[in-house]
Design a protein around this ligand. Structure first.
Ligand code: AMP
Ligand code: MG
Length: 331
């Protein structure tokens, strides 16, 4: 089975094509980069509308496939920015109708989990999902993915982006802050906000910007923010592992590209006698291949929607959708 998947939940328009065993046959992506400030939903949607047709062509070309060789079309149904989701869904509906192929809705967060899970080879790991808009610790249980802990305010990536932009940088802030942190050495105490298995970042944002205004060097602040924020994520992941009696973790989401976060989670998991795994960076950030792969799993479990019922769900949480492909086979 070969599935084409379309991702358009936020800043990235991406088309991926995957085969039977999650091999990525073609992947073409383009990220909307605002000239200043954060993402403007309508501008990002316009970017996606303009670029998606060309990305479909590029992904097919990279895969050396013709449209008739695609078995199903999957799209990210939510969560995400409404105008951006609609751009991707419209292209997916058009392809499904033109090619006469089934249309498969996919939850974006579940897609981050599934691509990490299949690449890791781990059967039932815990997931630390750290992206722009989402920050969750997730585990499978009784038919769907359960959110064990999450951010109580903004996603970690949005926090890093907001901070970096307010300190004079441009979007995306995470990678730039990672480079800046390598130049810093002093660990400045910042609000460390862990509540059970939840975290919050707004206190750290306010405190860091206050210190920056007082003249504290940016590299030291970047270093301290990374150490503090990633320690918080590592702590809630460790607590969730203990509660769920698991030992392995997979990482997903754009912030999982971060080497310090990867290293901290790896050290923690290995300390528990387990393992951790992070996909290659092109599959950590938002991408069409994860939508295609999760679409293949969902399609295999019979999850197809008619175009007339394929509305997008900007607030579709991880634990709102079922994962029937994870159920043990009947009988
Ligand atoms: P996503 O929403 O999953 O595509 O992830 C996008 C987010 O990942 C943005 O907020 C980026 O700033 C962040 N990001 C990407 N690379 C890194 C990195 N190396 N370190 C920290 N954050 C990153
Ligand atoms: Mg994402």
């Amino acid at each position: 089975m070969i599935v084409l998947g379309i991702e358009s939940t936020a800043h990235t328009a991406s088309v991926g094509i995957v085969g039977e065993n999650a091999e990525v046959l073609g992947l073409a992506s383009d990220m909307y980069r605002p000239a200043a400030g954060g993402i403007h939903p309508r501008e990002a949607a316009n970017h996606h509308v303009e670029l998606l047709p060309g990305l479909v062509a590029r992904a097919l070309e990279a895969a050396h496939l013709r449209p008739r060789e695609i078995d199903a079309v999957a799209f990210a149904q939510g969560p995400g920015l409404g105008p951006c989701l609609r751009a991707g869904a419209t292209v997916a509906r058009m392809l499904a109708l033109t090619w006469e192929r089934p249309l498969v809705p996919v939850n974006h967060c579940v897609a981050h989990i599934e691509i990490a899970r299949v690449l890791s080879g781990l059967d039932d790991p815990l997931l630390l999902y750290a992206s722009g808009g989402n920050t969750q610790v997730v585990a499978y249980g009784a038919g769907r993915y359960r959110v064990l802990g999450e951010t109580l305010d903004v996603g970690i990536g949005n926090f890093l982006d907001k901070l970096w932009i307010a300190m004079g940088g441009t979007f995306p802030g995470g990678p730039a802050l990672e480079a800046e942190a390598k130049l810093g050495h002093e660990l400045i105490p910042l609000p460390y906000s862990v509540h059970g298995m939840d975290v919050a970042f707004s206190g750290m944002l306010t405190a860091t910007l206050g210190l920056y205004a007082q003249g504290v060097p940016r590299p030291d602040l970047a270093h301290s923010v990374e150490v503090t924020a990633y320690s918080m994520l590592t702590e809630i992941t460790e607590r969730a592992l203990a509660h769920r009696r698991r030992t392995s973790v997979v990482l997903g989401g754009g912030v999982a590209c971060n080497e310090r976060l990867r290293g901290m989670v790896r050290a923690m998991a290995e300390g528990q006698g387990g393992t951790s795994f992070a996909p290659p960076k092109s599959l950590c950030v938002d991408n069409g291949a994860m939508i295609a792969w999760t679409g293949a799993l969902a399609f295999g479990a019979g999850r197809v929607v008619p175009v007339s019922a394929s509305r997008v769900e900007p607030r579709q949480r991880t634990d709102l959708v079922e994962a029937p492909w994870r159920l043990p086979p009947a009988g």
